[in-house]
Design a protein around this ligand. Structure first.
Ligand code: DAT
Length: 180
């Protein structure tokens, strides 16, 4: 568990296009405690935390050691939402809650097409979603009681999911209050 007293560290993960950033943004607005949203992909890009560029996949390979070094002090402060398509590199002690977003593969395909992803990248992500790659990763990296799988297909799902996470934060806060 995070040692923070300020706020929890929540990881929102899932295949690209499942709604991580959309959820993180709404959660920051609705959270009862201040939360800072870090879109880890963008964060790495802004700081050039890359070790190479993969031509085949048209994507950069993140320098994981440097990424973790830069994130560590922010995690220590607490009150963080980490939004990324993978989660297994984050140390288990960082996470208070790991949310894995899921989406029907037809809908996911449409979302990724709108992003102008190359066909191969759409296929790869679509297959990963069907095979539950990110969910398996989360389950094998964190204690089962902190991993939550949530459907993210429509606006109603988005609102319900964020309301659920807000409820979880309320309980987290109460637990902290009574144990201090
Ligand atoms: P991610 O951050 O996982 O890559 P996103 O938040 O950028 O995904 O969402 C991709 C697109 O899909 C974006 O146009 C918003 C839409 N979307 C995602 N989840 C949704 C939901 N539950 N309801 C409606 N639209 C959603």
């Amino acid at each position: 568990m995070s040692t923070s007293t300020k706020g929890p560290v929540i990881i929102i993960t899932g295949t690209p296009g499942t709604g991580k950033t959309t959820h993180a943004q709404l959660l920051v607005e609705e959270s009862p405690v201040p939360l800072r949203h870090i879109n880890v992909g963008q964060w790495a890009k802004e700081r050039n935390l890359y070790e190479s560029y993969d031509e085949e996949w048209q994507s950069h390979t993140v320098d994981e050691d440097r990424l973790l070094d830069e994130l560590e002090p922010l995690v220590a402060e607490g009150g963080l939402v980490l939004d990324w398509h993978t989660c297994e590199l984050f140390p288990e002690r960082w996470a208070d809650l790991v949310v894995v977003l899921r989406c029907d593969h037809t809908r996911l395909w449409e979302r990724l097409e709108k992003r102008d992803y190359a066909l191969k990248k759409i296929q790869e992500n679509n297959e990963a979603e069907i095979m539950e790659v990110v969910l398996d990763e989360a389950r094998s990296s964190y204690a089962p009681e902190i991993v939550v799988e949530l459907k993210s297909e429509g606006t109603e799902d988005l609102e319900n999911n964020v309301a659920r996470i807000v409820q979880w934060i309320d309980v987290w806060k109460k637990d902290r209050g009574s144990s201090n």
